[in-house]
Design a protein around this ligand. Structure first.
Ligand code: TXA
Ligand code: MG
Length: 318
């Protein structure tokens, strides 16, 4: 905690993924986060706070924002609202006039924020565009000595990032990123017609300053990742073998017995999400340069997972 107060970088657990934290009111500290991640300064950071009243000190929360906050905080919902002048550093919001905030439900994160009594900017604790970390070991492998400390709080419960909604008075509520809170849960708090889903937007990879969260390639392991139906797994493995690649596979429920490294995940969306990033980290650490992922079911409960797999399978720019 003293490290954070001094403007140092501390990775800490949340219920979604691990965050790379620095005090949000300190431009220099926040710039250190961007340097450690290799993240463009144009991509703003989520600010973690201890309570709704702490969030109200940073931004103007309207009726919708307050009702969402009361319903979902502490928890994996990030609310974007019009920022108050001077409340957080410009580097935190990339100079924008809004700020993204959430109260995390992880006991360690919450205790840290409560005792510190400062807003903490924290993107996911991984190199920019890479797979998010769900354990302290993932953070160490990705960022290592680029952070001043890593707080180990065990594996993250949800294993997928928070859902982000923009709730600015006078505008329709807009979902910017699907995540641990399902869209249907948000729609019960406002008229479903009043929610716009903008989460599927994908920006061109060569966009000079991609809009927040819109990067085409994201959440990606070092190797190439392909998503295919169960029936096409064998063909995808054969292609990779011909190319001489080391093959890893992520399957749903049953082991297909096709690749040397196979990880199976559960068939319910929440358990699958909780294990997905850990599976990708594991296959990457085994040196797999082709990761074949079995397509997940259709349906709304899987949409956050489908979004991550779609972005992770966008080929790397050469
Ligand atoms: O679950 C999570 O949200 C994790 C944990 C650590 O809290 N954090 C996380 O942060 O996923 P990050 O930086 O990896 O993703 C935050 C996303 C980015 O796509 C960013 O562009 C968007 O939130 N964002 C941040 N501030 C914003 C703002 N003012 N308006 C719109 N989008 C914003
Ligand atoms: Mg991230």
């Amino acid at each position: 905690m003293a490290l954070l107060r001094e403007g140092k970088l501390v990775a800490f657990p949340t219920e979604t993924v691990y965050g790379l934290g620095a005090r949000a009111d300190d431009d220099e500290a926040v710039r250190r986060i961007y340097a450690a991640k290799g993240r463009p300064a144009t991509n703003p950071s989520i600010v973690h706070v201890a309570s709704l009243s702490a969030a109200c000190r940073l931004a103007h929360l309207g009726v919708q924002a307050r009702s969402l906050a009361s319903a979902f905080w502490p928890g994996p919902l990030t609310i974007v609202a019009r920022r108050r002048a001077g409340a957080v550093a410009d580097a935190t919001t990339s100079g924008g006039d809004t700020v993204a905030m959430r109260v995390p439900a992880h006991p360690v994160a919450l205790a840290l924020l409560t005792q510190l009594d400062l807003p903490v900017a924290a993107p996911s604790a991984n190199r920019s565009m890479h797979v998010s970390p769900t354990t302290a070991a993932h953070v160490a492998r990705s960022l290592g000595d680029r952070v001043d400390a890593i707080v180990d709080g065990g594996p993250a419960l949800h294993g997928i990032e928070s859902t982000i909604v923009r709730a600015v008075d006078g505008e329709p509520l807009t979902v910017l990123r699907l995540g641990a809170v399902p869209l249907a849960a948000i729609a019960t708090f406002v008229s479903p017609h009043a929610v716009t889903d903008a989460s599927a937007r994908v920006d061109a990879m060569d966009a000079a300053a991609p809009a927040p969260g819109g990067q085409a390639r994201h959440y990606a392991p070092a190797g190439r990742l392909v998503v295919v139906s169960r029936a096409d797994l064998a063909g995808a493995v054969a292609d990779a073998r011909r190319a001489g690649e080391r093959i890893g596979m992520v399957a749903v429920v049953d082991r297909p017995h096709l690749a040397e490294s196979e990880i199976t995940l559960a068939a319910d969306a929440a358990s699958y999400a909780a294990g997905l990033y850990a599976a990708l980290h594991e296959l990457e650490s085994r040196g797999c340069d082709a990761i074949v992922v079995e397509r997940v079911p259709d349906g709304d409960t899987w949409s956050a997972v489908r979004d991550r797999l779609r972005r992770a399978s966008v080929p790397q720019r050469r």
